[in-house]
Design a binder for this molecule. Structure first.
Ligand SMILES: Nc1ncnc2c1ncn2[C@@H]1O[C@H](COP(=O)(O)OP(=O)(O)O)[C@@H](O)[C@H]1O
Ligand SMILES: O=C(O)[C@@H](COP(=O)(O)O)OP(=O)(O)O
Length: 304
């Protein structure tokens, strides 16, 4: 048995070396789960061959980095960068927005797997809970979708496109719930990914979004045909209950909401990603996170 020695607030602890834990921590590189497990086994064998049955977490990390560097310096670099990110005293809160069907749910899942983050919530789910609390009479807009919320606006404004007005009203209400999740995550120190059409640059309270440990991405699908196909691939899954018709009928409106999201992302200088290739989308998000968050040991609020 190899024991790994660490300390929390000066109190020493030890836990058995686990190839599974080590393999999962290598997910940030592009090694792939099978090879990651092989590398974890190779590292374990080297420790045993070196008659090491107790090792500090720091020495184990250095041992892993040296072995990764020997295999491929890029593996070591990605592993080290990610460990820097995880040293921060603040939780990592990742917001992934985008019009319906662009891939926010799928990319959130891929990113969570890559980063080893356990908490992931969709704004659709937040909205569902809020719908139970707020009646249709009191807030008709929350009981609609983002792309048909305009139908619930009782007195449409003459100054703004009614579709965008409906979208704004719908997003604004759901954001009360989104902000509650962000506040809870900050309070508890929980890293989380929040994804969905209701994550819109400029809609989340400035005192929250200005924190350096909160990062927002806007996914888009530039090509309309590719975007439309996404609804077909999603509805192809036998367990998916949402009707394809509803999205195809409202496709032009959904594209209009995407144009609004792009406008908002540009105004608020937030990262826009054309979500065409899964690996590329995830790599862009990982690199952005490491760049923005990696050097922060003690996260402080950005100056106003
Ligand atoms: N980068 C991508 N390349 C190919 N297909 C994708 C990509 N991102 C998402 N998809 C697929 O598109 C469909 C819609 O994605 P989903 O995550 O459900 O969208 P959203 O949550 O934004 O409505 C799903 O079938 C998903 O597998
Ligand atoms: O409100 C909306 O635009 C969609 C967002 O869901 P995604 O398409 O982004 O999953 O929710 P809906 O009411 O269609 O279930």
């Amino acid at each position: 048995m190899i024991w790994v020695i660490g300390d929390v607030e000066g109190r020493r602890y030890r836990e058995p070396f686990s190839k599974g834990i080590l393999a999962r921590s290598l997910s940030i590189t592009d090694i792939g789960s099978e090879r990651a497990y092989e590398i974890a086994s190779e590292i374990e064998s080297k420790l045993i061959d070196g008659d090491i049955n107790e090792i500090t977490l720091t020495d184990l990390t250095n041992f892993i980095v040296d072995y990764l560097d020997y295999l491929d310096p890029d593996y070591a670099k990605k592993y080290l960068n990610w460990r820097e990110v995880r040293k921060s005293k603040e939780p990592l809160i990742i917001l992934i927005g985008g019009a319906s069907g662009v891939g926010t749910s799928s990319m959130a899942f891929e990113l969570a797997s890559k980063l080893g983050l356990k908490n992931l919530i969709s704004t659709d789910m937040i909205r569902e809970v809020m719908r139970k609390i707020v009646s249709k009479e009191l807030s008709p807009v929350i009981h609609k979708s983002s792309f048909d919320a305009h139908e619930s606006i009782r007195i449409p404004s003459i100054r703004i496109d009614s579709i965008i007005e409906g979208f704004i009203s719908h997003v604004d209400v759901v954001n009360v719930g989104v902000e509650a999740i962000i506040e809870r995550s900050l309070k508890e120190g929980i890293s989380i990914i929040i994804e969905g059409v209701h994550v819109v640059p400029g809609f989340i309270r400035k005192d929250l979004i200005s924190k350096n440990n909160i990062i927002i991405f806007t996914l888009v699908v530039d090509d309309p045909e590719t975007h439309k196909q996404r609804f077909f691939t999603r509805c192809r899954q036998p367990w998916v209950k949402r009707s394809l018709e509803k999205y195809i009928e409202n496709f032009d409106i959904i594209r209009k909401t995407q144009d609004f999201l792009i406008e908002q992302a540009k105004i608020h200088d937030s990262c826009i990603i054309d979500n065409v290739d899964v690996t590329e989308t995830v790599d862009i998000m990982v690199n952005e996170i490491i760049e923005k968050y990696g050097g922060l040991k003690n996260v402080e609020q950005k100056s106003e």
